[in-house]
Design a protein around this ligand. Structure first.
Ligand code: HEC
Ligand code: HEC
Length: 287
């Protein structure tokens, strides 16, 4: 055992990480069809850029228990859909100095079908990679005359991103990682493999090397973000991507980056690209 491997094993032991006692994961083979009509890709070949680090990518849905899985299979049972509906109402509500709603310009919401599947995305005008939240904020301050855009982690923003995700459910994720986005992607990749906190654990130590194992009572997934925002049973609300990243870094007893920071934007692009080939599931249901 190398010194490095030994350190990971020790840190994992501190978190009571155990291999599954079951021969197969309880729901490894389950398929996800929402409302009996939207067919999701919950497992598929890993994108080429992962270069064999994992062969197959899995949606976090696969790792959840039967009852949690079931909640996401029907919109009437998915509490996240109530928030998506509130997002839809906001989409049609006038706001800002110009008295416009989102729908004033985006008259056909269906035009936003590919948004969740392709963001974060390079924005030429701003010369930066933008998340969906940043794009919404840009519309608010630059097109709608709002003095202050919604905060990235505000309830309004979570509802709106849940609505935008819901429009794109079932779309295959295809986030661009080359061209002008590549430097940001590289930065995100570096963060993914950096060890944080007293436990000195990277995202990869848990989500690449140990998915399928149990950490305390939790079944470790690959940490994909195709289901965001997610409705978590734990706090009974929608949770955004950066908030989840923050929680995971805190669990390593480490200092974390801020929601909306350049670091988390880069990490979001990188993690999104690890899910290229899965489908948009937001708003999903998780523990
Ligand atoms: C005054 C017109 C206008 C209003 C109102 C407006 N937008 Fe936009 N929006 C645009 C334009 C123009 C673009 C494309 C240009 C760009 O990428 O910056 C855009 C782009 C977008 C995109 C990205 C689309 C894509 O295919 O990449 C999203 C998502 C979006 N808007 C959401 C919203 C939301 C949510 C609201 C309400 C809070 C809103 N917009 C209000 C004009 C508007
Ligand atoms: C100590 C182990 C550990 C580390 C390190 C860790 N996570 Fe997690 N993460 C978890 C656990 C446990 C969960 C909840 C179960 C699951 O979905 O895997 C989780 C959940 C997630 C989810 C939600 C997945 C879903 O489908 O809803 C994402 C996204 C995520 N982690 C990303 C990250 C990223 C990015 C990093 C690095 C900054 C990271 N995690 C570091 C343990 C970890």
């Amino acid at each position: 055992m190398t010194g490095q491997t030994k350190r990971v094993v020790v840190a994992m032991a501190a978190l009571a990480l155990t291999a599954s006692s079951l021969a197969v994961w309880a729901d490894e083979d389950a398929d996800l069809v929402v409302n009996g009509e939207i067919e999701m890709v919950v497992r598929t070949d890993a994108p080429a850029h992962l270069d064999g680090a994992v062969r197959t990518i899995y949606s976090g849905w696969v790792f959840r228990q039967d009852d949690t899985q079931a909640m996401q299979m029907d919109d009437f049972d998915n509490p996240g859909m109530l928030f998506a509906e509130q997002g839809q109402e906001l989409f049609n509500t006038a706001m800002g100095a110009n008295g416009e709603s989102c729908a004033s310009c985006h008259t056909n919401a269906e035009d936003l079908t590919r948004v969740r599947a392709t963001y974060p995305k390079w924005d030429e005008a701003h010369g930066a990679v933008q998340t969906v939240e940043m794009q919404v904020q840009e519309c608010q301050t630059e097109s709608m005359g709002m003095a202050e855009a919604w905060g990235q982690n505000s309830q309004e923003m979570l509802n709106m991103t849940a609505y935008i995700a819901s429009i794109g459910r079932g779309q295959v994720i295809d986030v661009a990682i080359d061209g002008p986005a590549q430097a940001t992607w590289d930065a995100g990749k570096e963060i993914y493999y950096t060890r944080y906190g007293q436990l000195e654990l990277s995202c990869a130590n848990c989500h690449e090397q140990n998915y399928g194992n149990y950490i305390r009572a939790d079944h470790l997934s690959q940490g994909q973000i195709n289901g965001f925002p997610t409705y978590r049973l734990k706090n009974a609300r929608l949770n955004g991507t950066h908030n989840r990243f923050r929680g995971c870094i805190r669990d390593t007893r480490g200092e974390t980056f801020a929601i909306g920071s350049d670091e988390f934007i880069a990490l979001e692009l990188y993690v999104a690209s690890r899910g290229n080939g899965l489908t948009v599931e937001g708003p999903s249901v998780r523990n």
